[in-house]
Design a binder for this molecule. Structure first.
Ligand code: ATP
Ligand code: MG
Length: 686
């Protein structure tokens, strides 16, 4: 039986509130425990158990931090349910219709309730880049970009705005604590944000933050909150340490007494404070309710071997603040995690590629191995090396082609047809047409904005003099899409046909780009509707593969490349971590406040605790920075991350690669210093 595999604490969490006969609605429950202690597993068992006990899967709301995690969870639940109920139970067909990310679920609910809250259900969603573009537009319109002293950049403006919204904190406090150099602009920023909000509303677009903000506003209305809350008997949340105050307030509005509410998390893995996530949500959870929430803690780790766990515990023990206890495991092993010094990133790439192949020879398939890094661009050299050696890989969340101009053009067309008030999309799209520049596009968009039926207004306009035929075909494809007659995903074929001549005119390498568009069509086929496609592609881009052919076949074997953030919640038999040096982790992009440094420490902890049997931390002695410093792109000399001070070396097997080279470490260091001085001399003349 599925319950028998669980330990007593896990079982307590799974059965919480289901023991009394006929009762499926339990009081609030918090599971707080360290990495690999079975939190997610317990949550999946709990959902399955609820269903087995008769809960209606369509009335279960399950929220995780990524679409991948949600899919994985749904599969686990399905597996357990089929085991217990048999495959003919019919329950799984529409099981867990409401599992996904907070943002994704928010988007769906907002479309359902749009009328009640005065939002046009055809709203489109802006990704960060679109948001920055709109912020920039508004900044220009207000004349702030031409101020004498430098007004904050669009990116900074957006970051401040986002932080204020997500943390529900007053602007002056945000400026004082996180953006002190912008404090002088408080009055203008207020004006800018008001105008930005107005622009979004006029254009019927929502940004990421709005999905939570509107959702929380929506459920602040008790009637709606009751209605939505009433749709779900159970609301369960994984990785609760990475939710922010808005998300906590949404949960509370849906389930004011905490009935049917389960949250699980680990404060030591809190890594999203840049999105205003706060561990306070976990810590405050029990006291939110009367009587207080039940708490289950788990302390046995089932994932990692003892030496890996010991090293990870040692790293997190140096944290200044921490609530969960150290974990223990029964998985013995004689192998300590390795701390491998290599010369540079090229050697690092060669080392990882060699080891990965060696492991495969010894029976660990590529899929059970992962390479993790702090920032997405850290894997560049490795990607080249893997490609050169024909080692297939998938990079989580890194589908770069979504950022390319031609794919963005296609997506803008789909978005604009859905919501012709979306100016960022319209502005981009019109300028594809020959003879249409920014001012013509602006004028057309202004005219459309004034009309209650913007597409009709577009059709009624006379074509700009040099655009002629191209204008007409643009208008007609927009109208055709608006009718929805072609159906999904055939619509995307329509857009491609329209775009084809422009692609050929605008790009010399049209043939290669053409392949991307076909790939986009293929990906689109995996989504039920244009809205869901646009929403989910924006919120959670698919993974990139080494052959760029979309989602790889399930039976294919491939190595996983992932940022630490995207690796959250997952595990692999063998894990490599790149660039374990100061400047990469902790990253030198932050301001360097102690809170930021602590978060970087937790990131390293998250990375280390992904490993089951083997963990290699690679330390290149020099690495490449990408124009982050005043000096631009350059090599810098690196030292091992400060999170592994000399006192922790006992937890590692310290070695160099290729063997023999690092034995001569002091000579090498002397050589480094000489080169470093040379760089400084040249710098004097820049
Ligand atoms: P993280 O903090 O990284 O999200 P987690 O606490 O969610 O980790 P899981 O991913 O649920 O942990 O579980 C870690 C591993 O331990 C999985 O391989 C899971 O199958 C295994 N596991 C969990 N509970 C048990 C158990 N009672 N018996 C055997 N294996 C278990
Ligand atoms: Mg988990």
């Amino acid at each position: 039986m599925y319950l028998e595999k669980l330990n007593p604490q896990q079982r307590m969490a799974v059965e919480h509130g289901t023991l009394a006969s006929g009762s499926h609605v339990a009081g609030p429950l918090l599971v707080i425990a360290g990495a690999g202690s079975g939190k997610t597993n317990t949550l999946a068992h709990r959902v399955a158990h609820l269903i087995v006990k008769g809960a209606d899967p369509r009335r279960i709301l399950l929220m995780t931090f990524s679409r991948r995690a949600a899919g994985e969870m749904a599969r686990r639940v399905e597996r357990i349910c089929t085991q217990v109920l048999g495959s003919n139970s019919g329950i799984m067909a529409d099981a867990l219709a409401w599992s996904g990310t907070f943002h994704g679920i928010g988007a769906r609910l907002l479309r359902d309730y749009a009328e009640q809250i005065g939002v046009d259900p055809a709203f489109t969603i802006h990704d960060r880049e679109d948001s920055a573009d709109l912020m920039n537009l508004v900044r220009h319109e207000l004349g702030f970009s031409k101020m004498e002293s430098r007004f904050p950049t669009k990116g900074t403006c957006l970051a401040i705005y986002s932080r204020a919204v997500n943390s529900e904190t007053e602007l002056p406090l945000i400026l004082r604590d996180a953006f002190p150099w912008c404090a002088a602009w408080e009055k203008q920023l207020r004006e800018l944000f008001a105008a930005y909000v107005g622009a979004k509303q006029n254009q019927n677009v929502l940004d990421y933050d709005d999905l939570l903000l509107y959702w929380s506003q929506m459920v602040a209305e008790p009637m709606i909150a009751e209605d939505i809350g009433g749709r779900f008997d159970h609301v369960l949340v994984d990785e609760y340490q990475d939710t922010n105050r808005l998300q906590a307030s949404i949960l509370l509005a849906l389930k004011p007494e905490g009935q049917g509410l389960t949250v699980v998390g680990d404060d030591a893995q809190s890594i999203y404070s840049f999105r205003a996530a706060t561990v306070r949500n976990i810590l405050d959870f029990p006291a939110l309710f009367t009587p207080a929430a039940s708490i289950v803690t788990l302390d046995r780790n089932y994932r990692s071997t003892q030496p890996i766990l010991a090293a990870a515990n040692a790293v997190i023990d140096l944290a200044s603040e921490r609530f969960t206890k150290n974990l223990w495991t029964e998985r013995q092993s004689g192998e300590r995690p390795r701390l491998v010094t290599v010369r540079d990133e090229a050697d690092q790439a060669r080392y990882v590629a060699d080891k990965v192949l060696e492991n495969r020879e010894e029976g660990t398939r590529l899929k059970s191995q992962a390479v993790l890094f702090r920032a997405s661009h850290h894997s560049g050299a490795l990607e080249i090396e893997l490609t050169r050696r024909n080692i297939p890989f998938v990079k989580f969340g890194g589908l770069k082609f979504l950022d390319s101009a031609h794919v963005k053009d296609m997506l803008a067309a789909l978005r604009f047809a859905l919501n012709p008030r979306d100016r960022v999309a319209g502005f981009r799209l019109m300028q594809i047409l020959p003879g249409v520049g920014p001012s013509t596009a602006q004028r057309a968009l202004d005219q459309m904005a004034e009309d209650p039926n913007p597409l009709q207004a577009l059709a009624a306009m006379s074509a700009p003099p040099r655009a002629g035929e191209d204008w007409a075909s643009f208008v007609s494809v927009m109208q055709e899409l608006k009718t929805g007659k072609a159906g999904w995903p055939a619509e995307i074929g329509l857009v491609r046909e329209w775009y084809q001549p422009h692609l050929e005119r605008l790009h010399e390498d049209a043939a290669t780009r053409q392949a991307d568009l076909l790939q986009l069509e293929q990906i689109a086929g995996g989504y039920p509707s244009r809205e869901r496609f646009l929403t989910e592609l924006t919120l959670d881009p698919p993974d990139a593969t080494s052959d760029q052919a979309g989602v790889p076949l399930l039976d294919e074997d491939y190595l996983i490349l992932s940022t630490i953030h995207s690796a959250k919640g997952q595990e692999w038999t063998k894990v490599f971590m790149l660039n374990v040096v100061d400047g990469c982790i902790p990253s030198d992009l932050g301001v360097g406040t102690s809170a930021e440094i602590e978060e970087e420490r937790r990131l390293l902890y998250v990375a280390m605790t992904r490993a089951r049997d083997n963990l290699d931390l690679v330390v290149p002695q020099r690495f490449f920075t990408h124009g982050q410093n005043a000096q631009g792109d350059r090599h810098v000399y690196a030292s091992r991350t400060r999170f592994i001070p000399a006192t922790l070396l006992q937890f590692f097997e310290v070695c160099g690669w290729p063997q023999g080279k690092s034995e001569n470490a002091s000579a090498q260091q002397a050589r480094q210093i000489r080169i470093d001085v040379g760089a400084r001399m040249r710098g004097m003349w820049r």
